[in-house]
Design a protein around this ligand. Structure first.
Ligand SMILES: [Zn+2]
Length: 142
């Protein structure tokens, strides 16, 4: 896998959660872009460690992505990669392990890096665009 493929894959996983509604205040985030713009990033989140029980959550922590952020009301919203097929997740993990070693980054640093890349990509796109459908018809790794 390449870094571009990994970022696209993670981003697509996150975008499947939108529109997302905050369970606390009821605010709805229509798109990942709106979420990135409106929420405060929260990472690493210590309360999240309690949930490191199964494989995909562990993988998500290693791979970063958007992961967790605070709604404007202060409530924590989480995006996960739990819908990702295990084979795909394993390929991602393998790539991540090799890259962390190569770049001399630890898990948190690498997660931060990936998440920032996704955020930048999302924010670089014009507002109001239909990012979800453009992603689905975009250049996908097969
Ligand atoms: Zn809220």
């Amino acid at each position: 896998m390449t870094e571009a493929e990994v970022i696209q894959l993670l981003r697509k996983q996150h975008e499947e959660y939108f529109p997302k509604t905050c369970g606390n205040c009821g605010r709805q985030y229509a798109t990942l872009r709106e979420y990135v713009l409106s929420t405060k990033r929260l990472w690493p989140a210590t309360s999240y460690d309690a949930e490191l029980r199964h494989f995909n959550v562990t993988a998500e922590r290693q791979l970063g992505g958007m992961a967790m952020a605070n709604c404007t009301c202060g409530s924590t919203l989480a995006l996960s990669t739990k819908n990702m097929p295990n084979a795909q997740m394993l390929a991602l993990l393998e790539w991540a392990q090799a890259e962390m070693k190569r770049r001399g980054l630890d898990q948190n640093e690498f997660s931060d890096y990936l998440r920032d890349e996704i955020r930048q990509q999302v924010l670089a796109e014009p507002a109001g665009g239909n990012t979800k459908s453009s992603l689905e018809t975009g250049n996908q790794p097969t």
